[in-house]
Design a protein around this ligand. Structure first.
Ligand code: AMO
Length: 437
């Protein structure tokens, strides 16, 4: 495919990726001076470009602007077998486009930004410039691209739903209230109602967008704003079809990252997990399994404690070699009103969670599509049905059997990269104490 190039941008400049094709030529290349290493008779200048950090050399006579200056270099590309990339860039001139006011308060050009998580986040606009830090988010881009590509191939339509809403979809107290011109409104906890409605329109839909949760607790896995990867499918015969679609999406993603994000995988020293068939256990089986294996008493038969999720993942890894495990049939009591109940046992729902390396990364399941059944469940839960008139419109006018899921992008990235805290894989985290930067 011919590469599109806007001739008006960066006149006569080359991209860092194209340098190997210009050996023997003098090229122009722009970027930020990432690091200067002065040697006896010359200096190394590392130039941070869009994706690569390019190593250049200069003679001693050339004045080098300070680190983080934005520059255009002209440099000769000279073949050099000692170099990892097979050539060396010999700087001839440096044109300064902008100079920093002061030296960065934190060292950002070492292998890692060696500081506390608070500093890392407080100085985010600059700590993200670190090669490894930015690789995290380049890889996260890759994850989203892979999800999108996979879902387009499976004939899903991408949608964009409102984030200011009249009612919460997920229940619970973790909802942000706001004043909408004198009317009470909320920030969307999920695109749940809208993606369901759209399954009645396009049959298969997906959205990757922010959602908001007013979590008052400060944990390593909760954010107050996170990116939710949601999809919904119509005409399903079981929630297991959703699990199969998710498995295929994750397999596609691992392959996609291996093929297109080698640079970042190397920088992050990451080996991608092999995803074959993901094992599945029911919620009750999982509870018993963990209790027996670790001689614990079950305190709560309706939900998992975070520790139990970790222990279950460890057991499944031991038994099957899988770092993922589906847990199915969660108790009705703990699932939202839209969850379909099991025909034989109404105390259980046709739902699942996906755990990855000890942490829940996805919730999904089949939804109620029948109007009477949905209204009856809402009444059983003591809800004011009239408030949900617009949600129920789809049921009233015919919905296919449908189901879907929501995956937390930051949690998934954190688990993939081996970070304990989701803040490391969130560009600008929002938590109970953090609103800036
Ligand atoms: P749920 O509320 O379980 O389900 O959320 C789905 C996934 O979103 C992530 N997640 C979070 N990530 C960071 N911070 C938080 N505070 C947070 N809360 C949740 C998790 C979780 O598995 N509408 C349903 C999905 C569906 O059934 O389609 C929902 O939102 O990875």
């Amino acid at each position: 495919m011919e590469k599109f190039k806007n001739e008006n941008i960066g006149i006569n400049e080359v991209e860092a990726e194209e340098l190997a094709g210009h050996i023997g030529e003098v090229v122009r290349l722009h970027g930020s001076i990432y690091k200067i290493r002065k040697m006896k008779s010359f200096s190394f200048v590392l130039l941070r470009t869009k994706r690569d950090v390019v190593q250049c050399v200069t003679s001693k006579d050339l004045e080098i602007p300070m680190e983080e200056s934005c520059v255009i270099l002209s440099a000769k590309v000279v073949e050099d077998n000692r170099s990892r990339v097979g050539y060396e860039l010999q700087i001839e001139t440096i044109e300064v486009l902008s100079s920093p006011q002061e030296i960065a308060p934190i060292v950002i050009n070492q292998k890692i930004v060696d500081t506390s998580i608070e500093n890392l986040l407080d100085f985010r606009p600059i700590t993200l410039r670190n090669e490894k830090e930015r690789a995290i988010f380049k890889l996260q881009e890759g994850i989203c691209r892979a999800f999108r590509e996979f879902l387009y191939r499976e004939n899903f339509t991408e949608i964009h739903t409102p984030k200011i809403v009249q009612s919460g979809a997920e229940g619970g107290a973790n909802i942000f209230k706001l004043d909408y011109f004198g009317q009470e409104a909320y920030l969307a906890q999920s695109p749940q109602f809208y993606k369901l409605m759209m399954a009645g329109v396009f049959e298969r839909v997906f959205e990757i967008a922010p959602v908001f949760r007013a979590e008052k607790h400060d944990t390593s896995r909760h954010l107050n704003e996170y990116t939710s990867v949601d999809f919904e499918m119509g005409f399903i015969s079981s929630f297991r079809e959703i699990m199969e679609m998710e498995t295929a999406m994750l397999q596609y993603t691992m392959k996609y990252l291996a093929e297109n994000y080698e640079k970042e995988l190397t920088l992050l020293n990451l080996t991608l997990p092999v995803i074959e068939k993901i094992p599945s256990v029911t919620f009750r089986e999982a509870k018993v399994k963990v209790a027996e294996a670790y001689k614990r008493t079950v305190k709560d038969w309706e939900d998992f404690e975070p520790e139990e999720e970790k222990l279950l993942s460890a057991l499944i890894l031991q038994e099957t070699g899988s770092e993922f495990v589906f847990v199915t049939h969660y108790p009705s009591e703990k699932r939202p009103f839209y969850a379909m109940e099991n025909k034989d046992n109404p105390n259980e729902t046709e739902s699942f969670d996906l755990l990855f390396r000890g942490l829940e990364i996805t919730t999904g399941g089949q939804r109620i599509h029948d109007y009477q059944e949905q209204v009856a469940k809402m009444q059983r839960k003591g809800m004011n049905v009239q408030l949900f008139e617009s949600y129920l419109m789809m049921h009233k006018h015919g919905m296919p059997p449908h189901g879907g899921l929501g995956l937390g992008l930051e949690r998934f990235t954190a688990r993939l990269l081996g970070y304990e805290n989701v803040r490391y894989t969130t560009l600008f985290p929002r938590d109970i104490k953090r609103l800036v930067p």
